[in-house]
Design a protein around this ligand. Structure first.
Ligand code: AMP
Ligand code: MG
Length: 417
């Protein structure tokens, strides 16, 4: 019979799918509690702390949806035409002050308040005007072409819900209610640094074996777009004392620490020991390409995301894990659905089943049909592929090789937000 040797197996990092890693991260997080009042313009990209309740109706008054004539529906007959006397004009912002009486009409412009007495708008293309009169053909509907007060937003209703991240439409919507300030959650403070003895900062020549630190610039760009306050801590060498000092200072200052590099086999061990001393950290192997090794945990009260060092893996893991985590911490609820859709692939792709791949793709039109192709060389260090791509081609874990013409899922980089 085989005997147990008694030796413990070396601890192995758990293997997670992309979905499991996302769920674990997102379930751990809760929004920061600080808030501030900001003027409408400064709310761009910020997250509402509370519902915005409409303090008035939008539109404020019943008004005309078209240029035409304001009439009393009961005056219109079934005869070939009804002749009405035109007694005035209503402009947007300059209402007709009289009352529309029997047999009368008022010329009205789009957006003008409906004059007293009138209840229906006849579009000008349908009417014939001559000698101070207007002739209305039969077949009009009572109440047609009117925009009712409160039709867009009713007084007292929720105009925008808490958790909404404000884009251009939200700024306009708040302004349409006459509101000058809103309450938003405070900005997240994110500290980030690169690790690696081989990294050189830009602006000086490279020594043999060095590479320029590009990840901090990539992360700066990604974090800026999310409206985070940033603390760029530079390059930290692969040495425990320097790393401990960096983690301690970042956790004293920030809500989130993002690092790149130092999580691959051989480098992870001493970061694991260090962070477990200062807080707790889980190292994961995620069934994803690129971006397999990743750390998630906390240093003191500060969340830590230890991203891989390879420049493309940084962006893939940022978009698949970190971005939504930062949105949750910022108070965004519900999270925006990723823009995923299926298109035919313009070329064959080799794929090993068992991991989710995020290839860099170029979505374009071939012979009038949307098609996606690979955006150049796909190595996890080839940042150019990200720059030339406009989407990820997302190949699920179970999928094998893709034949040319087969449908694949794409996740587009930019949307209208
Ligand atoms: P690591 O995850 O530290 O083993 O790094 C993996 C690869 O990414 C190595 O080739 C590193 O030189 C490279 N790398 C790590 N950090 C950076 C960085 N900040 N900028 C550019 N390349 C990096
Ligand atoms: Mg390294």
């Amino acid at each position: 019979m085989k005997q147990n040797s008694g030796a413990k197996p070396a601890p192995r990092s758990p293997h997670l799918t992309t979905a499991e890693a996302r769920r674990t991260i997102l379930e751990s997080l809760a929004p920061v509690s600080g808030w501030e009042r900001v003027a409408v313009r400064n709310a761009l990209g910020r997250v509402l702390l509370e519902d915005v309740i409409a303090p008035c109706n939008v539109p404020a008054h019943d008004n005309s949806a078209m240029d035409g004539y304001a009439v009393r529906f009961r005056d219109l007959g079934a005869r070939p035409e009804t002749a009405l006397a035109v007694v005035g004009t209503a402009f947007a912002g300059k209402p007709f002050s009289g009352i529309v009486g029997a047999g009368q009409a008022v010329r009205i412009m789009t957006g003008a308040s409906i004059p007293q007495g009138a209840d229906t708008i006849v579009v000008q293309e349908m009417a014939r005007a001559a000698d101070g009169q207007v002739f209305i053909p039969p077949g009009q509907q009572a109440g047609q072409n009117l925009r009712r007060a409160g039709e867009d937003l009713a007084l007292g209703s929720v105009a925008l819900p808490a958790g909404k991240r404000c884009g251009p439409a939200e700024l306009g919507l708040v302004a349409s209610l006459g509101i000058a300030e809103v309450t938003v959650r405070r900005r997240l403070r994110v500290a980030f640094f690169s690790t690696g003895d081989e990294l050189a900062s830009i602006g000086k020549p490279l020594a043999p074996g060095e590479v320029y630190d590009s990840n901090r610039y990539t992360l700066f760009g990604a974090l800026s777009r999310l409206g985070c306050d940033m603390l760029d801590m530079g390059v930290v060498p692969d040495n425990p004392t320097a790393l401990e000092a960096a983690f301690r200072s970042a956790s004293a200052d920030a809500d989130v620490i993002l690092t790149s590099g130092g999580v691959s086999v051989g480098e992870a061990d001493f970061i694991r020991e260090l962070v477990n001393r200062l807080g707790e950290v889980a190292f994961w192997k995620i069934d994803i390409k690129p971006g397999r090794p990743m750390a998630f945990g906390r240093v003191g009260d500060t969340w830590l995301f230890g991203l891989p060092g390879n420049p493309v893996a940084v962006l893939v893991t940022f978009y698949q894990f970190v971005q939504d985590a930062l949105l949750v911490l910022s108070g965004v609820s519900p999270l925006p659905e990723p823009a995923l859709f299926e298109v035919p692939c313009g070329e064959a792709i080799r794929k090993q089943a068992g991991r989710r791949e995020f290839l860099r793709g170029q979505l374009g039109t071939v012979d009038g049909r949307q098609t996606v192709r690979l955006a150049g060389a796909q190595g996890s260090g080839v940042l150019r592929s990200m720059s030339e791509a406009n989407c990820f081609i997302v190949l699920a874990e179970e999928r094998g090789d893709v034949a040319a013409g087969e449908a694949v899922t794409v996740q587009v980089f930019d949307g209208l937000i």
